[in-house]
Design a protein around this ligand. Structure first.
Ligand code: Q46
Ligand code: ZN
Length: 310
């Protein structure tokens, strides 16, 4: 039987990529120390700052909110009900249960209240890809709510970031490469953005959530099926099986080299949206455009129905 490297008791968690076996208690302690180390290394936040944490109801985001609070940071959660049928119902339920159990304030907003319909219906109506509409809306609402906070945090883990990096490299998305980093300083009235789980694997965040008794939604969003990121994750897992530590080397090596891409980044001038003041590259921001398009379509449908009924 393998023993815990730290205390010598029987090990229960095996971190193959780090060649480390730990007992439950030492795994939890080690996990929390590594998160703190990442926060300090990248100067993500200090304990006086107010952090808004995006929570979907999944393991990474709930574990992040939990660990930040445990480490003594001033955290508030932020959840958006996307209006995606059963998936959104279940997600909201997990978030509300977590809030009750942990006593952490979580701000909840609803896409249906904003647009009169959920993400799926918006994408159908506007004939635009669901995840691109969803990304725009989530980013906007998160930034809008972040107004009185110092920092915004997301639960992206090592597997997510390595898959994103792979996609960005395969397509040579220089601008995305320049912006892929564990911390992005505040700019153009957008808040400072941090990813404290950037070096924690999906297996580690899931194990931590399980050992800390965090109940989360296991199902993926129905629109995630077939996503390129899932395909890239599969490939990286296969490489990792053959060559331990590949993901962490890939990502941390990139962070050391990232400066090469920053200088090539196109510096696009941002200006405030004429409708809402959000910083954007054109006169009207994407979010206001979506609103406008929905209103136009609804108006169009209304007129059509009216004429048909004459
Ligand atoms: S973008 Fe797409 Fe996600 Fe939105 S529609 Fe679902 S899969 S939730 S991260
Ligand atoms: Zn706007």
């Amino acid at each position: 039987m393998k023993k815990c490297r730290i205390c010598g008791k029987p090990a229960e968690v095996f971190l193959i990529s780090r060649n480390l076996a730990l007992c439950r208690r030492d795994f939890v302690e080690n996990f929390e120390k590594r998160v703190e180390k990442t926060i300090n290394k990248f100067r993500m936040a200090d304990r006086g700052e107010k952090i808004l944490v995006a929570v979907s109801g999944g393991k990474d985001s709930l574990a992040l909110l939990h660990v930040l609070k445990k480490l003594g940071y001033r955290v508030t959660g932020y959840h958006i009900n996307l209006g995606i049928g059963q998936y959104s119902h279940e997600s909201l339920k997990k978030v509300l249960d977590f809030q009750k159990k942990e006593g952490i304030e979580i701000i909840i907003e609803n896409v249906k209240e904003e647009f009169g319909m959920g993400i799926g219906e918006i994408s159908k109506l506007l004939r635009q890809p669901t995840c691109s509409i969803c990304g725009t809306i989530k980013r906007y609402m998160f930034n809008r709510t972040a107004g009185s906070f110092d920092v915004i945090a997301t639960g992206h883990n090592l597997d997510d970031e390595a898959a994103t990096l792979m996609g960005n490299v395969l397509n040579w998305q220089i601008e995305y490469l320049a912006r892929q980093y564990p911390v992005l300083e505040s700019k153009n009235n957008l808040k400072k953005k941090i990813k404290p789980f950037v070096f924690m694997s999906e297996y580690e965040t899931a194990t931590y959530a399980f050992l800390e008794d965090i109940d989360y939604i296991v199902e993926e969003c129905p629109y995630a099926t077939g996503a390129k990121s899932i395909f890239y994750k599969g490939i990286l897992n296969r490489v990792e099986d053959r060559m331990r530590g590949t993901k962490i080397h890939f990502l941390s090596g990139f962070f050391k080299q990232r400066g090469r891409f920053v200088s090539q980044e196109k510096r696009t001038e941002l200006k405030p949206c004429i409708k809402c003041g959000y910083m954007t590259t054109s006169n009207i921001c994407q979010f206001c455009r979506i609103k406008e398009k929905i209103n136009n379509k609804k108006g169009g449908n209304h007129e059509r129905n009216f004429l048909q009924n004459q």
